[in-house]
Design a binder for this molecule. Structure first.
Ligand SMILES: [Zn+2]
Ligand SMILES: [Zn+2]
Length: 157
């Protein structure tokens, strides 16, 4: 066996994860680059802090991919646009877009301007040690956040 491989260090922080603070209401937030190994894509509302989480295995994605591919027009860019066109509007009336600004879920202020591949969560979503057991109020708050702000079903028009 080859044991020359470097152990993966927690210090690497290759997703640039950090706790940041909303400059408007001072809520602590967890900002992290969207992991390329996480097989879903988030589309953020252009009016509020909500997001739509689209699985890379969603049948609609396969359908759009095939359509674009038949027209020899399949790129990340065209696929993203096609997905954005098909996504149902947010409950607030806004539209989901991969490049929409990331907003504070407490006060709706823009926290991260329009960049792709960055996710913003309440600071309670900061990863903990593997054996960490969330307290009941922590679990409840997390569930409430996901139910209120993250759409994973009924995504399409
Ligand atoms: Zn805020
Ligand atoms: Zn919205």
């Amino acid at each position: 066996m080859d044991d020359s491989q470097e152990p993966i260090s927690d210090e690497d922080n290759w997703l640039h994860a950090e706790t940041i603070v909303c400059l408007n209401c001072f809520e602590a937030l967890y900002r992290v680059d969207h992991s390329p190994f996480y097989y879903s894509v988030n589309f953020y509302c252009d009016q509020c802090a909500n997001r739509a989480e689209v699985s890379a295995n969603d049948p609609v994605i396969h359908e759009l991919r095939a359509e674009l591919s038949n027209r020899h027009a399949l790129t990340n860019e065209t696929l993203t646009q096609a997905i954005e066109t098909r996504l149902r509007a947010c409950n607030c009336g806004g539209h989901y877009a991969s490049s929409a600004a990331r907003r504070c879920y407490k006060c709706n202020a823009v926290v991260v301007p329009d960049v792709r591949d960055v996710d913003l969560w309440p600071s309670s979503f900061t990863p903990k040690a593997d054996d960490y057991e969330p307290t009941p109020p922590e679990s409840e708050a997390a569930t409430h956040y996901l139910e209120t702000h993250v759409r994973t079903t009924n995504l399409w028009r």
